[in-house]
Design a protein around this ligand. Structure first.
Ligand SMILES: NC(=O)c1ccc[n+]([C@@H]2O[C@H](COP(=O)([O-])OP(=O)(O)OC[C@H]3O[C@@H](n4cnc5c(N)ncnc54)[C@H](O)[C@@H]3O)[C@@H](O)[C@H]2O)c1
Length: 379
């Protein structure tokens, strides 16, 4: 694997490297880690890469790697740069013949997301988007139980992703992560809704197996001096007519990574929260609550859930292992290519849907929260 982004002091690059490593199936052998050529090369060497594969730019990496014999060159590229460069990096990697795993949101703008979708289709190569919460065993179990009809027909979903790290004026410039996320030129058309709202959006579609079709949203900028949303909520409808509410905010004091979801059907409901990912509650009307725990030896869980557990019950599974499950699926798909297309990650179409969700929420918010269809947003 070659990496684009994730240089010294970066937030998610190291998480991707550790997660890829946990799979035991992926080796990082090349990278362009920074837009500063010298910093990029130096960091690659610090990571232990061969100096001639610690590149100064992603263009250089893609060109040199593509010229190596097939059994020596990288097979895939991991993109962990800020949102504004996802599209250029992904399209260049696909054009050079490499499979791509990319962090969310798919791009800064819907137009760039559609550019990536086209490049994936034209190349016939694999593309995986990393929404890591869907790699948790019990997130998979929720999807399996809902698909099996355990809670009946879905009627209502409540989902929220709340953080507090951008709560104050001084937070906007407190870290490089905060600086680019608060800058529309780098974050893209949205702030909090793109950064964490898309996780909540994808979790709803992943667990319910239903698409969000329309939203009525209010996006706000709470902290003075900011020019991008840092807080918001959207009512939404699912394809079966069910209703939901999604909140995404980075100004909720005291909240860390409070991603929580409740899904109600006509038979029962499911509750899961990523800060306590090792328990999921199922409530069936008139019966005592059931609390499920993940474990490779928990025979009452689905096969897919058990396959996502690396340890028996009682040993907590965490964020890095959930992330590693995405990498494991991606590595399997690369090995099987072109036989099986499923990367186990979110697809490029899921990523485009996330960008349509952001665009529709922004349009709705500007129009006094008018209901806005995702498939109707223009580019
Ligand atoms: N899946 C998740 O849970 C999750 C969590 C955090 C961040 N993210 C996403 O990951 C991406 C990166 O976020 P971050 O917080 O790690 O950002 P960051 O600012 O910490 O790191 C970005 C890195 O990319 C490098 N970079 C920038 N432009 C580059 C270029 N042209 N070529 C090579 N390297 C370049 C920077 O030098 C830096 O090292 C964003 O899209 C963000 O939304 C996802």
């Amino acid at each position: 694997m070659g990496m684009i982004g994730g240089g010294k002091g970066a937030l998610i690059g190291a998480v991707h490297r550790t997660s890829a490593d946990i799979t035991g199936d992926i080796e990082l052998v090349a990278g362009a880690f920074s837009s500063d050529a010298n910093a990029s090369r130096a960091f690659g060497v610090d990571l232990g890469l061969a100096p001639n594969r610690a590149y100064g730019s992603f263009a250089e990496m893609l060109e040199r790697e593509a010229s190596l014999p097939e059994d020596e060159r990288i097979q895939c590229v991991s993109i962990v740069t800020p949102n504004d460069s996802h599209a250029d990096a992904a399209c260049a990697a696909l054009a050079a013949g490499f499979h791509v795993i990319c962090d969310k949101p798919l791009a800064g703008h819907l137009e760039d997301a559609l550019r990536i979708e086209k490049a994936v289709a034209n190349s016939g190569l694999l593309f995986g988007l990393t929404h890591p919460y869907t790699g948790h065993p019990l997130a998979i179990e929720a999807r399996e139980q809902i698909a099996a009809g355990e809670i009946g027909d879905i009627r209502r979903v409540t989902v929220s992703y709340l953080q507090d790290w951008l709560s104050r004026e001084e937070d906007t410039k407190a870290s490089k992560q905060a600086i680019w996320r608060s800058d529309p030129a780098r974050s893209g058309e949205s702030g909090a809704f793109a950064d964490i709202g898309t996780h909540a959006f994808h979790l709803v579609e992943f667990m319910t197996g239903l698409n969000i079709t329309e939203v009525a949203a209010e996006l706000r900028t709470v902290v003075p001096g900011r020019t991008i949303d840092d807080d918001g909520a959207a009512m939404f409808h699912l394809a079966n007519g069910a209703s939901g509410v999604l909140s995404a905010s980075q100004v909720c004091s005291g909240a860390l990574n409070a991603l929580r979801i409740e899904i109600y059907g006509d038979v029962g409901s499911i509750f899961w929260a990523q800060e306590s990912p090792n328990s999921m509650t199922i409530k069936l009307r008139g019966q005592p609550d059931q609390v499920l725990r993940p474990g490779s030896n928990a025979a009452y869980l689905s096969e897919l859930t058990i396959a996502a557990c690396r340890t028996p019950g009682g040993h907590p599974k965490g964020y890095l292992e959930a992330f590693a499950n995405l990498y494991a699926g991606f590595a399997r798909a690369v090995r099987n290519y072109p036989a099986h297309g499923d990367t186990g990650c979110a697809s490029v179409e899921d990523g485009v849907a996330g960008m349509r969700f952001i665009r529709a929420a922004l349009i709705s918010s500007r129009n006094q929260s008018a209901w806005t269809r995702l498939d109707g947003v223009s580019t």
